[in-house]
Design a protein around this ligand. Structure first.
Ligand SMILES: Nc1ncnc2c1ncn2[C@@H]1O[C@H](COP(=O)(O)OP(=O)(O)OP(=O)(O)O)[C@@H](O)[C@H]1O
Length: 619
């Protein structure tokens, strides 16, 4: 008996699937549908490294997703774990899925990344010594010791892949799925990563990975091969038996030819017509084993059939969190604050293409955001230098107030879209791996984003208010500051919601496209009482109206009295007259504040629903 077989026996895991179909409803025509996987049969064994191979578009990633339990809609067939129907929640707990682009937070070190994973994934009663031991073992096994203190953004592609494996190894899962673990790596790094996978498999795990075009050196590392073409399985079994099987079906591999290239060429025929014999041969092999299934399980219970109408419960797809809500919140807050602080102090680096996507966006979102608020506040102060108490320049001062609103809103909404770019994939991966609950992530996000929402508008209004010569009264400044803070927070949530719901390009277009029309109803461009009657209700739902009204009231309302007039005649010497002409009479600042708080509450609810919908859509 070989070593692998011994391990398999020790572990005893075997994942078999038969008559597995995956049907995709076409987006353009709801009636049309695509059968991505057709009656596929195969087997994955513990102690063996299995490669899923096939030409591009054959359905390799789809099969991996279906087997890992990440795709449920449109899936039908049998998936049996050790002869029993796969129980999804338990299966997700014992398996891990490492995606091709395993996005991680770039401003944590390798060790911190593993530590966060250990704190959230290991049971709460695990001692810190035990956690440290696991962490050290993983650093050892994956040869990550030398870069343990390096930021994730600075490690090499191979180290990145190994770290993504390490994150999943924390819980020592007996089943591991990898989608193209060698993509983007050179042949040496690919071989190195694949050797680690072989090691993990030979330790008794089921390890299955999608590979594109393995070199003959890589091919030697695989124990089992599953060949897919046009959504059908041409072969599933050991590598030793692969070429004889192809030969028996009429496909002979030339001597000295890479078997990987050969099966890929066979699978690349324009249709599977010529490969019918191979497909039938494979089905027959698993038909024989299916009779064994029948003895063990009732066919009805083993059959999965989830069409698009049946809603998949996301809770079924994720293992339960291992630590309590308090610990989840603490770890998430700490992580967020550390990355934000590093983001603020770290300097720009020459951006490589990937670097630009993963790192610079967040830097723009934090570092440049603070810098721009200070710079633009100074510019505003210079342009509108000390005009706040000049009755002759009251119209210019109103424009200054409007500019403040506009800048704080867009200065917070737009960078928040970019922040979602990195946060969302990390959130979805960690949520589906049961690291934390939606509630913990939501609250940590609200709290951890707050410092920036206070710092930026405070810096801006703190500089701008005094340079532009607004009334030097504490109450008025505090009123003005509170409006600015609310404007920033509203902008931030509009940005975050759009960035989470839509692709970045669309979100960047949508935020100004939706908010600019509301500016028309703020009362700045046209007085609200001059609007046609049928347009007036729009003012009630324009948050810019309450922001602008609030600012005008706190600067010119509350018995401010006469302003200084340095010209022969100043029409608006009296601030009351100005407020009255603007149609904003009454010292109802609290009403504006209340309306803005209602808007904020609605946005907070919308943000929660957005996260919920992102979770559902990720299925
Ligand atoms: N959401 C989707 N909408 C439309 N078509 C899809 C979707 N998902 C998969 N497909 C189609 O299903 C087929 C299989 O896709 P899959 O990604 O599984 O192939 P693959 O073998 O992994 O390809 P590659 O090696 O190029 O990544 C492809 O033709 C793809 O276009």
């Amino acid at each position: 008996m070989t070593d692998n077989a011994t391990q398999r026996e020790k572990n005893g895991l075997e994942l078999r699937f038969s008559e597995l179909c995956y049907q995709l409803k076409s987006g353009t025509n709801s009636k049309a549908s695509n059968l991505i996987l057709k009656d596929t049969c195969g087997e994955l064994r513990a102690g063996c490294l299995t490669a899923i191979m096939g030409p591009s578009g054959a359905g390799k990633s789809s099969l991996l997703n279906v087997l890992a339990g990440f795709k449920l809609k449109g899936v039908s067939g049998h998936i049996l774990l050790n002869g029993q129907p796969r129980e999804l929640q338990a299966f997700r707990k014992m398996s891990s899925y490492i995606a091709q682009n395993h996005v991680m937070l770039s401003l944590l070190t390798v060790e911190e990344t593993l530590r966060v994973s250990a704190t959230l994934k290991l049971p709460s009663d695990t001692s810190s010594e035990a956690k440290q031991k696991i962490l050290e073992d993983i650093l050892d096994v994956l040869s990550l010791h030398s870069c343990r203190q390096t930021l994730v953004r600075d490690i090499s592609g191979g180290e990145h892949k190994r770290l993504s494996i390490g994150i999943e190894l924390i819980t020592n899962p007996p089943i591991m799925f990898f989608d193209e673990p060698t993509s983007g790596l050179d042949s040496v790094a690919s071989y190195q990563v694949m050797c680690y996978l072989q090691k993990l498999a030979h330790d008794g795990r089921i390890v299955v990975c999608v590979v594109h075009q393995p070199s003959s050196r890589l091919m030697q590392l695989f124990d089992d091969i599953l060949v897919l073409a046009h959504g059908e399985v041409l072969y599933s079994g050991t590598q030793q038996e692969m070429l004889p099987s192809f030969h028996a079906a009429g496909f002979s591999c030339p001597q000295y030819y890479n078997p990987g290239d050969f099966v890929l060429e066979v699978g690349s025929e324009s249709s599977n017509q010529r490969c019918e014999s191979l497909i039938e041969q494979n089905k027959l092999k698993f038909m024989q084993t299916k009779s064994t299934f029948k003895l063990i399980v009732d066919e009805q219970t083993a059959l999965i059939h989830m069409d698009s109408s049946s809603s998949a419960d996301t809770e079924l797809l994720r293992p339960k969190e291992q630590v309590g809500f308090g610990c989840q919140l603490r770890v998430l807050m700490q992580r967020h604050l550390v990355t934000m602080a590093r983001d603020f102090v770290s300097s720009y680096r020459p951006a490589l293409a990937l670097d630009l996507i993963l790192n610079s966006y967040t830097q723009i979102a934090v570092q440049a955001r603070v810098f721009m608020h200070v710079l633009i506040a100074l510019l505003l102060g210079l342009v509108y230098w000390q005009i706040g108490n000049d009755a002759n320049k009251i119209v210019s001062n109103t424009s200054c107030l409007f500019f403040i609103i506009l800048f704080i809103f867009s200065g917070n909404a737009m960078p928040s879209i970019l922040l979602c770019m990195q946060d969302m994939p990390v959130f979805l991966r960690e949520y589906y791996n049961g690291w934390y609950s939606l509630r913990a992530y939501y609250i940590s996000k609200l709290l951890a984003d707050m410092p920036l929402q206070f710092i930026c508008p405070t810096l801006f209004i703190g500089i701008g208010y005094f340079m532009t010569g607004q009334p030097p009264q504490l109450e008025r400044f505090v009123m003005c500051w509170s409006i600015c803070i609310l404007t920033g927070i509203i902008g931030h949530f509009i940005g975050v919601i759009s960035g989470s719901l839509f692709k970045m390009q669309l979100a960047i277009f949508l935020v100004p496209a939706i908010s600019i029309p509301f500016l028309l109803f703020s009362g700045f461009f046209i007085r609200l009482n001059e609007l046609s009657w049928f347009l007036r209700p729009i003012c009630d739902i324009s948050f810019f109206r309450y922001i602008f009204e609030g600012l005008i009231r706190c600067i010119y309302g509350y018995n401010r009295g006469d302003m200084a007039c340095y010209a022969d005649f100043c029409y608006y010497k009296s601030s009351e007259k100005f407020v009255k002409d603007f149609g904003m009479t009454g010292d109802n600042f609290s009403d504006d504040l209340f309306a803005l708080l209602i808007f904020l509450l609605l946005l907070l609810i919308a943000f929660y629903l957005t996260l919920h919908s992102c979770i559902k859509r990720a299925l």
